[in-house]
Design a protein around this ligand. Structure first.
Ligand code: SF4
Length: 505
């Protein structure tokens, strides 16, 4: 590289004098900004009790909700199937947002198309966009299945997917015998987990074929779980049990594909033949409850085989998982799994004195929030606040009952429909020792000084955490590692210039 060229990282670039001065001029000349003293005073006020009361009276404004919209979850369900193109019937910008959101989390490309509805479609309907869109998808990418969801625009004008797909087939916009699944995913209700549920249940209903034969095999559904490591972990566990299984929606191929010099649009996932045959398995095991409400209802009603739902976090959750597999399959729990349990219990014992008595506030999607709440209490931690934007009445009741069952939950407060700005007020007025949350919670860390343990979705500002499992005993070890080592980091930071800055902890 030439000596004359200096490439500066943006982290330091904008601290340069010329940029600092430019920002200052911009502020003075154009922004009509309040003085720095006024800004500081107001920010201070927003961290107090008076502001918290006003903040919690807020009714018609949401500030930084802890959720994405339905189609994002629908695309995630679709990407878990082999040779399948996720398709957004709606605006191009929505699809771009979903793809970039996933790219930033997984650090992988996320294939998905949109039929780019614009103003004319808003007036006359989006049917022509879909006919041309489907025609293009099949000509360009040749998928075996297309999974269509809707963005707000298509839902507001009431486009009918069922009819559009039927017409597209009749008009010959798609090749003969094309497999197209579709789900309405209106973003103005629910969240990404509702969209996941809508898409997955639609795929099961539209593709599954019940033959009457019952196969010695179980279906497993992980729900809206963006920890790719969990898909590999459950396959490893089922392998140890010696169980035949189908994972319904397995994105671990598409979203963690090897670099081998060749880009592939589709990298694998649940085979479409397995999706078709899934109703003929002898049972279905679900690892999430709140992201699969409709899916559970559908399987119980239409497939009529035993359904078990577990929340496989921590000791209790992992025990429930292993017992459920044993019960559904009639297999013994393998010795290797028993050893893993013993190691996890040992690690908890070795960490107990660091976690015991520490207080935690957390936010996550409902299934993660429930599992992490229980696991933190298993570790001896105390829960202060559990705050969600996409919580349901069921989730709220289950979480309150869980907290009431344990002394470490007696002081906890539960919020099912609040946002990050509410969370900020809570953390500022009633602080805890640690926050558990996704990347967006780093702003809460900055504003309140409370350290963040990064668990959840999305995770934009740390690399590869999603590759580790969080379920089962081995996943529990990872969670314990992230929790206890953040506590130790914080202990080091606080004791850096004292006699307690020890190597041996
Ligand atoms: S909320 Fe609606 S407009 Fe916004 S990204 Fe989601 S689907 Fe698109």
């Amino acid at each position: 590289m030439s000596k004359d060229i200096k490439v500066k990282d943006h982290i330091t670039l904008f601290n340069d004098e010329r940029f600092s001065e430019m920002f200052e001029r911009k502020r003075e000349l154009y922004e009509n900004a309040a003085t720095k003293e006024e800004v500081a005073k107001t920010l201070e006020w927003t961290l107090g009790e008076e502001y918290k009361e006003l903040n919690f009276k807020r009714e018609h404004l949401v500030v930084n909700p802890l959720k994405s919209c339905q189609p994002l979850g629908a695309l995630y369900a679709a990407i878990g199937f082999d040779d399948t193109m996720p398709y957004v019937h709606g605006s191009q910008g929505c699809a771009a947002y979903f793809r970039s959101h996933f790219c930033r989390h997984f650090k992988e490309p996320f294939p998905a198309v949109s039929d780019s509805m614009t103003e004319d479609a808003a007036v006359f309907g989006g049917h022509n966009n879909m006919y041309v869109g489907l025609d293009n998808v099949y000509k360009l990418y040749k998928p075996s299945m297309v999974a269509i969801c809707t963005s707000c625009m298509a839902e507001v004008i009431g486009d009918d997917l069922n009819n559009f797909v039927k017409n597209a087939k009749e008009q010959g916009n798609v090749p003969e015998g094309s497999l197209i699944t579709h789900a309405h995913t209106p973003s103005f209700v629910g969240s990404h987990i509702t969209g996941y549920d809508n898409m997955l249940s639609s795929m099961l209903a539209q593709v599954g074929e019940k033959t009457g034969e019952v196969k010695d095999r179980i279906n497993v559904i992980l729900g809206f779980d963006t920890y790719i490591g969990n898909f590999r972990e459950i396959k490893r566990i089922l392998g140890l049990f010696g169980v035949d299984f189908i994972i319904l929606s397995d994105p671990s191929y598409n979203l963690d594909s090897p670099t081998d010099g060749h880009y592939k649009m589709f990298n694998g996932g649940t085979k479409i033949a397995d999706l078709k045959d899934a109703p003929n398995s002898k049972a279905t095991l679900l690892l999430q409850k709140y992201s699969t409400v409709k899916t559970i209802e559908f399987i119980e009603k239409e497939w009529g085989h035993p359904v078990k739902v577990v929340n496989p976090f921590g000791i209790k959750g992992s025990d429930d998982l292993m017992m459920a597999i044993a019960e559904l399959t009639g297999k013994e729990i393998p010795a290797e799994i028993e050893n893993e349990r013993g190691r996890f219990v040992d690690a908890i014992g070795d960490s107990y004195y660091w976690v015991h008595g520490k207080t935690f506030s957390l936010n996550a999607d409902p299934d993660y929030a429930f599992g992490l709440t229980r696991m933190v209490m298993e570790l001896g931690g105390e829960i202060k606040h559990v705050l969600l934007t996409n919580g349901t009445k069921d989730w709220e009741a289950d979480t309150k009952a869980l907290l009431a069952s344990c002394p470490q939950g007696s002081e906890a407060e539960v919020y099912a429909h609040k946002d990050m700005w509410h969370f900020r007020s809570l953390l500022a007025t009633d602080p805890c020792d640690f926050i558990i949350g996704n990347s967006f919670a780093k702003y809460l860390m900055r504003d309140t000084g409370i350290p963040l343990i990064r668990i959840g979705f999305p995770m934009f500002d740390r690399q590869f955490l999603h590759r580790y499992p969080t379920i089962g005993y081995m996943g529990g070890l990872n969670l314990l590692n992230w929790i206890v080592n953040t506590i130790l980091d914080e202990t080091d930071r606080k004791t850096m210039y004292t006699t307690s800055y020890d190597v041996i902890r």
